[in-house]
Design a protein around this ligand. Structure first.
Ligand code: ZN
Length: 194
């Protein structure tokens, strides 16, 4: 079940956006939990909008962690969306879907030398636990037919290709001493187009 909030204005450092929340109830085994996703969009949505589907990474997005490239990707995406018009779909799937608590445990394993994928597997998760069903709902809600998708991730291209006509726009972020290995793993083990 999905609930849609009212729409509100959200001025940001990148530009003025409209914000709206999508509340998704999910059942996982015996547990039901609630995910509250966000859409940030420009007032005008062009025929073929620029779209970024970003999965929450609290440490990267808000705390500007250098372990990954999420914060840089998010900021680059918001900058371009504000300028070229479109939307950010912000999914609350922390740590590729394993949650914040488990992500910190995965980071602890990474401190002992495992890479980002090996750490998730060691904790009993898939390398990527995200699911994108809500994205179809959001595309339909805004009546999008065709998008320019900002991503380097072939898994996302594959997931959304079946939902909507898309062309890929690469997203470019800077590498640093801390995330160089992480980006290398993304490229060599997950096929990212970096
Ligand atoms: Zn991150």
């Amino acid at each position: 079940m999905i609930e849609v909030s009212k729409q509100a204005n959200l001025p940001t450092q990148f530009g003025d956006f409209k914000i709206q929340s999508f509340r998704e109830k999910k059942t996982f085994g015996n547990e039901t939990y609630v995910l509250e996703h966000l859409v940030l969009r420009t007032t005008e949505i062009p025929e073929i909008p620029l779209v970024r589907v970003h999965s929450e990474c609290l440490t990267g997005d808000a705390l500007l962690s250098l372990k990954c490239d999420c914060g840089g990707e998010l900021h680059a995406a918001l900058q371009r969306i504000a300028k070229e018009q479109g939307m950010l779909i912000y999914l609350r799937q922390e740590g590729r879907g394993i949650g914040l608590f488990n992500k910190v445990n995965a980071y602890a394993l990474q401190d002992t030398g495992l890479d980002t994928i090996e750490a998730n597997l060691a904790l009993g998760f898939q390398e990527d636990e995200r699911d994108y069903k809500i994205v179809q709902f959001i595309f339909d809600y805004y009546k999008l037919r065709q998008i320019r998708l900002l991503t380097n991730n072939p898994a996302k291209i594959k997931a959304f290709e079946s939902m909507i006509a898309l062309q890929r726009e690469p997203i470019i972020v800077e590498c640093n001493a801390h995330n160089a290995h992480y980006l290398e793993v993304k490229k060599t083990k997950m096929g990212h187009l970096l």
